[in-house]
Design a protein around this ligand. Structure first.
Ligand SMILES: C[S@@+](CC[C@H](N)C(=O)[O-])C[C@H]1O[C@@H](n2cnc3c(N)ncnc32)[C@H](O)[C@@H]1O
Ligand code: SF4
Length: 410
């Protein structure tokens, strides 16, 4: 089952926020994340909050059904309108993620987007993305999304190699994600991302190069490349424990990251976050940038997390419990945290240090500053930006990003 929610204080029944959360809201961009918690089958490595039809059978009944989901989610968008009151901000980004959003008919995704547009209005240049699984879309589906207002799409490619896709339990065939990019371009999508995973047991350096080449050959303007994380409680973790597949290896991950950066940079892509590369500034994922820069976002859907003005909250995880709360006129929020100034400082370091622009040194406390001087001497931080007061990771620093970040938050 997917991972647990954090602890926290209870959420008020009406979802109301403390007044300080809304102070100055007009100066911060607002984004919406819309979660779709359904998948046809579960990939062995994935612990996202998503459910197959079998997992839902007998729990949640009609309330948890896919057919009603778009309307249920629209109820939460209307709740968001009430909670945010006369906040005049038009929405800057909408990101539909999952799960597999494209298991729903395109018209349902368009309806979910329309709920945001009707309640809040969209900024004229709003970025509107959906994730899509390659096997679950075709040209007509993509055209319907484009006509309905989506302008960015993110396909879960993961690998171009059949044996790697098999270990990952992916159901699409090699070549299908690349065909999806062509179909998305044909439908008029301005921005197309491919998600890749490296370090899968059984993948070689050459396999990884082939996957990168295949992805680039398709012509996306954005690539996300993630090291395979073996999440506790997943089928993959059990298979590794039983010795059926080898454990992933940190050295292999580092080598694959270097290959990714070399191949992507050679094709004109620039890293702008440790795991994300784009061909231009316009190709970056603005929605993720809102997360990384501590802006406001409302996450709607089971298990979705939100953040507004230093208040972070999360919804109940099960689609049945989620729908039941909204049907009863209650907030689906399960708990919340009011972030202190210190929490926000630490969070800024954690997130901004992973960006190509880096984190301002003034965020660091005494020990963190001393650690940053050591990181600079060790070649983990760039010297030029450091002189100008910013901690920016070098390529070697990006390989060790988690460790550098841990040292700098002290
Ligand atoms: C949660 S998925 C949703 C998108 C879509 N369902 C898909 O699988 O293509 C978003 C991305 O997270 C990445 N991901 C999920 N679990 C991961 C893991 N355990 N390790 C590394 N990347 C992971 C995959 O690249 C995936 O495309
Ligand atoms: S399709 Fe995506 S969300 Fe669904 S189980 Fe696989 S990785 Fe997770």
């Amino acid at each position: 089952m997917p991972s647990a929610l954090p602890d926290g204080e209870p959420m008020p029944e009406d979802g109301a926020l403390p007044p300080h959360a809304l102070a100055g809201a007009g100066d911060r961009p607002l984004g919406f994340y819309l979660h779709v918690p359904y998948c046809a089958t579960r990939c062995g490595y994935c612990d996202f909050n998503t459910y197959t039809a079998t997992e839902l059978r007998g729990s949640g009944g009609v309330l948890a059904s896919r057919e009603n989901y778009a309307d249920t989610l629209a109820d939460e968008v209307r709740l968001a309108r009430k909670v945010l009151g006369d906040d005049p901000r038009p929405v800057r980004t909408v990101f539909v993620g999952g799960g597999t959003p494209t298991l729903l008919p395109a018209a349902h995704l368009v309806r979910m987007l329309a709920a945001v547009r009707d309640e809040f209005g969209l900024a004229p240049d709003a970025e509107v993305t959906t994730e899509a699984n390659p096997e679950s879309v075709d040209a007509a589906y993509l055209a319907e999304l484009r006509e309905g207002g989506f302008n960015r799409i993110s396909f879960g490619m993961q690998s171009a190699k059949r044996h790697v896709l098999q270990v990952l339990d992916r159901t699409h065939t090699p070549g299908r994600p690349e065909a999806c990019v062509a179909e998305a371009r044909g439908a008029g999508f301005d921005h197309v991302n491919l998600d890749l995973i490296y370090g899968t047991p059984g993948e070689s350096d050459d396999d990884w190069r082939d996957s990168l080449d295949a992805a680039l050959g398709a012509g996306p303007d954005h690539v996300s490349a993630y090291a395979l994380i073996v999440e506790e409680g997943t089928q993959l973790a059990r298979r590794i424990r039983r010795g059926e597949v080898p454990m992933t290896d940190d050295d292999v991950h580092a080598d694959r990251y270097l290959i990714a950066d070399e191949v992507l940079a050679g094709a004109g892509f620039h890293w702008y976050e440790v795991s994300n590369w784009a061909t231009s500034e316009a190709g970056r994922c603005l929605h993720n940038e809102l997360y990384w820069r501590g802006a406001d976002w409302w996450g709607a859907g089971p298990g979705a997390h939100s953040h507004v003005g230093g208040v972070r909250w999360w919804n109940v995880k099960h689609p049945g419990a989620y729908a039941a709360a909204l049907a009863a006129g209650r907030s689906p929020g399960a708990g919340r945290e009011l972030l202190s100034a210190e929490d926000r400082r630490v969070e800024r370091i954690l997130l901004e240090l992973r960006l190509a622009e880096g984190a301002p040194l003034e965020l660091l406390a005494e020990q963190g500053l001393a650690a940053s001087r050591r990181a600079l001497a060790d070649g983990l931080l760039e010297a030029g930006p450091y002189r100008e007061g910013r901690a920016v990771l070098t390529l070697r620093g990006r390989l060790l990003a988690d460790a550098v970040v841990r040292d700098l938050v002290d």
